[in-house]
Write a protein that binds this ligand. Structure first.
Ligand code: KIV
Ligand code: ZN
Length: 560
């Protein structure tokens, strides 16, 4: 069953910047959101949900900026803003998406008895009335209105038909059916979509959409079941990030449609070659790494280890591959650029990789590329991607690493001397710890005045070889903002420097998030008592105290 205008085209509604950003610890700066919005738009998504404007002034500004800078281009996707079914939210979402050529208000109201009774405290009849009133109100602010009955997966289907009919009558153009808590099984969810499309009055006037969460690992399967039942929009996030276990993953549903459902007449408008790059960008910016075995975009997705598999692959790739790695833009390790490459070659290569940067970011990335090329003979595509994503959003008022020297010790404490530049000038600090990284983090904590606990530290090698880039992701929490976690990402040929850059990126995020003092003020203030990262107390004399020799002249060498 499907809508009359059905030609098998499945719209991809990307909610990486809204539902995806709700992943614990995945918060993005507005600069990062804008860059990702450009990337996601270039993938060819039909709708880009840019945020939840009523959630905070920052979110509202970010949605408006994306609507203006991404949504105003000729081939731009529809820019959507989320709103609860209440006037204030709808007005804010409407204002935020107005600059886009095509804007959408996405409003939602819970419909399961559990949510109605325990969360909203309203009756079923009130839910129908509110749906009708708020969808009609949203239509006064936008021609394109999507309605979602939250927790539809656990709602009474007959009641859902009544709510959805009211939404259609009030002017909704898309009806989205969220399995909010990832509860349904694929056949159940497919049956639900078919039933709603069959029994809701006015069903043929709207596009039906699926929105599945992955609590039981079924988000992709459920989304595909919904599409096979007639839905023609799928809501997804890149890498499947999102609340709790996440959302259906864009790359999985898109490649499943391309690989298996094409013969059934279904297709999307996604440029598959950009999938891997976009996945990498989202992983780097959110600090949520992609597991190696992740379908489509994991680094092992096209690796063949077993001898029997390798033998088969050499005879005919189709023996063990259902899609070709190049189809999804899986990075090949290629020699592309070196220290003699100019800015033009650099720009051409990053554009070929599908990376969109404005002039300012190209200039910044090119400077760092040159510094890297001095230390690493060949720069591969993977190096370039890592380089471009690292620190791409650092505005000038943030703390930057200027110098670093460590003395690593096995049977004593390691020590570090760090020099940072902030708006108030350069500052130096020293730290000690059970390893170089801990010593560096302590020195940075003393300079910036931020106390943290380290929740996660990951190091990966971007490519092979002794001069490979090391990429470090950290996640920290801080008493300054106890309900949140902050991540940072850094790359360098030296893993201790990469760790320092990642930690500094996380500290800058903490400072940017503090409402009480402006970041500038915080960055100039040196705390009366030095902040400490949490680690076991020092034992014996602290070697830092004895180590007050000046930094050597070349101590900043190599730090971009
Ligand atoms: O999962 C959910 O119910 C949602 C809605 C707001 C669409 O994200
Ligand atoms: Zn959701």
């Amino acid at each position: 069953m499907s809508t009359p205008r059905d030609d098998g085209y499945v719209r991809i509604f990307d909610t990486t910047l809204r539902d995806g950003e709700q992943s614990p610890g995945a918060s993005l700066t507005s600069e990062e959101k804008l860059l990702l919005a450009h990337q996601i738009a270039a993938l060819g998504v039909d709708v880009l949900e840019a945020g939840f404007p009523a959630a905070s002034p920052d979110d509202r500004a970010a949605v408006a900026r994306i609507a203006r800078e991404v949504g105003s281009q000729s081939d731009a996707p529809i820019i959507a803003g989320l709103a609860r079914a209440c006037r204030g939210d709808i007005e804010r979402a409407g204002e935020a998406v107005t600059p886009a050529r095509r804007g959408r208000i996405h409003t939602f109201l819970a419909t399961s008895d559990l949510h109605l009774e325990h969360k909203l405290g309203i009756s079923r009849a009130e839910a129908i009335d509110r749906t009708a009133a708020m969808v009609a109100y949203a239509r006064q602010h936008a021609d394109d209105v999507e309605f979602s009955p939250e927790d539809a997966g656990r709602s009474d289907p007959e009641f859902l038909c009544q709510v959805l009919a009211a939404a259609i009558e009030a002017g909704a153009t898309t009806l989205n059916i969220p399995d909010t808590v990832g509860y349904t099984l694929p056949d159940e969810y497919g049956d639900l979509i078919a039933r709603l499309m069959r029994r809701t009055v006015g069903a043929r006037q709207v596009i039906w959409s699926v929105h599945c969460h992955d609590d039981l690992g079924l988000a992709t399967a459920n989304s595909l079941a919904g599409v096979r039942a007639g839905a023609r929009q799928i809501e997804v996030t890149v890498n499947g990030i999102g609340e709790r276990a996440g959302n259906a993953s864009l790359e999985e549903v898109v490649m499943a449609i391309a690989t298996r459902l094409g013969p059934h007449g279904l297709r999307t408008g996604i440029d598959h070659k950009r999938l891997c790059h976009t996945s990498r960008a989202v992983a780097d910016f959110t600090g949520m790494p992609v597991p190696p075995n992740k379908a489509v975009v994991g680094c092992n997705a096209f690796a063949h280890e077993a001898g029997i598999h390798q033998d088969g692959m050499l005879k005919d790739q189709r023996t063990y591959e259902i899609m070709r790695p190049e189809t999804v833009g899986a990075a090949r390790t290629r020699l592309v650029l070196g220290k003699h490459s100019g800015r033009h070659a650099f720009r051409v290569r990053i554009e070929a990789l599908g990376i969109k940067l404005d002039e300012h970011h190209v200039a910044d990335a090119f400077t760092r590329f040159k510094a890297l090329a001095e230390r690493k003979k060949v720069i591969t595509d993977a190096d370039l991607m890592a380089l471009v994503h690292e620190n791409v959003s650092a505005p000038p008022e943030q703390w930057r690493l200027v110098g670093l020297r460590v003395a690593c010790a096995r049977s004593a404490l390691s020590t570090a001397n760090v020099r940072l530049r902030g708006p108030g000038g350069e500052r130096e600090g020293a730290g000690a710890g059970h390893g170089s990284i801990e010593a560096v983090f302590e020195a940075i904590g003393k300079i910036t005045g931020i106390t943290t606990s380290l929740n996660d530290f990951r190091l990966e090698s971007v490519t092979g070889g002794a001069d490979a880039l090391g990429a470090v992701s950290v996640q920290v929490s801080t008493p300054e903002a106890p309900t949140r976690t902050f991540h940072g990402y850094g790359i360098d040929t030296d893993i201790v420097v990469a760790g320092a850059l990642a930690y500094l990126a996380a500290i800058n995020r903490i400072l940017d998030s503090l409402p009480a003092a402006t970041p500038e003020n915080r960055r100039q203030a040196i705390p009366a008592s030095p902040a400490k990262t949490t680690h076991a107390p020092f034992e014996g004399p602290c070697p830092i105290e004895a180590n007050d020799e000046p930094f050597p002249a070349d101590y900043t060498a190599g730090i971009p």
